[in-house]
Structure formats: C-alpha cells, structure tokens
Design a protein around this ligand. Structure first.
Ligand SMILES: [Zn+2]
Length: 140
C-alpha cells in the first residue's frame, strides 16, 4: 500500500523484530525501545544476542585475566586465551582500583615502548579474595 495518510512528521514506528544471533544462533527480540534508542537514521541492527553481547568484548577489545601485578613497579601481565601474555602498565587502567591476580580485564592492544601492551584497561570482574557463596549447585 502506497499512500500518504498523514503528512505528519511522526517518528518512524518501531516494531519488535526477531533476529538471530550470529554467534550462537538463538533468536532474540530487538525491541522497539532498543531501535528507537539508536541514533537517528537507520538504527544499527544488533548481530549478537544479549547474552553474547554480555559475554564477548566489544569490537577491537580483548579480555584476559591479571596474571600478576606489581604494585611497587606498577606493571604486570595479562594472561589471554588465544595469545601470549600481554604487558600492561597501571597508568592504562581506567578505574582507580586495586588489582589482584585473576581479575577479569577488558582492554585494547596498543604499542608500548617494548612491544604490544594493553591500553584502556577496565576491570570487568574483580577476583574477590573473599570466599564467595557457591551458587552453581543447581541442576536444571
Ligand atoms: Zn548469542
């Protein structure tokens, strides 16, 4: 149907859309709220489900765990799954937090004085030294 029922400049009507995750294949809803929240123009259609978006780093970012860190020397190394250990300096940490081995970090890989180094580091999940309650005993 092609017709001009209204001349009004009403914003585009967004409708919930079912999309399929590029990574895990499950279907998920791209809600009209999410669509209208995108910038003006064509809203970018998400390619990953909310779960994968939560689990995976942003494009250009990587994740790894603090392998060790020297508070005195202010540098340390990040252990990564797919690549070797990566040098980082405390000054690249976005948040002013105390690091512990096992902290989950997200970062970009830049060029340091002596080779690749992590830059723009954020702590995703601190490795709490305190005993955490075991909540994984549930069976489906
Ligand atoms: Zn997914």
């Amino acid at each position: 149907m092609v017709g001009k029922s209204h001349l009004g400049r009403r914003s585009i009507k967004f409708v919930d859309e079912t999309l399929y995750c590029e990574r895990c294949g499950i279907s998920f809803l791209w809600t009209s709220e999410e669509q209208s929240e995108s910038d003006t123009g064509a809203p970018a259609q998400p390619t990953l489900c909310p779960g994968c978006r939560y689990l995976l780093p942003q494009p250009g970012r990587e994740r790894g765990l603090v392998k060790w860190f020297s508070h005195k020397k202010r540098y340390g190394f990040i252990a990564r799954a797919d690549h070797g250990d990566l040098f980082f300096h405390r000054s690249e940490l976005v948040d002013n937090v105390r690091l512990h081995p096992g902290d989950l970090l997200e970062f970009s890989v830049g060029e340091g004085k002596r080779g690749p180094a992590a830059i723009g580091i954020t702590v995703l999940k601190p490795n709490s030294p305190a005993h955490s309650p075991d909540d994984t005993s549930r069976n489906d």
